[in-house]
Design a protein around this ligand. Structure first.
Ligand code: FES
Length: 65
């Protein structure tokens, strides 16, 4: 599924940028060029990044206890 149609960025390409040492969502958007054209994708892309980061945080907290 496409996150950014203008740049042809898929959800998988976005998720591949997210990991334990993830940079800020601004940096991820910039690296992929998300929002560089029409900008309508930015809100959804940031939501997906934050949800994914929260999921990673939850998993890491569960494995710590
Ligand atoms: S859909 Fe991402 S910049 Fe247009």
């Amino acid at each position: 599924m496409y996150v950014c149609i203008c740049k042809g960025i898929t959800e998988k390409m976005l998720m591949d940028q997210i990991g334990p040492n993830t940079r800020s969502h601004d940096q991820i958007l910039k690296n992929l060029g998300i929002g560089d054209s029409c900008g309508t994708c930015v809100v959804d892309a940031v939501k997906k990044i934050l949800e994914s980061q929260n999921n990673l945080d939850s998993k890491s907290k569960r494995s710590d206890s």
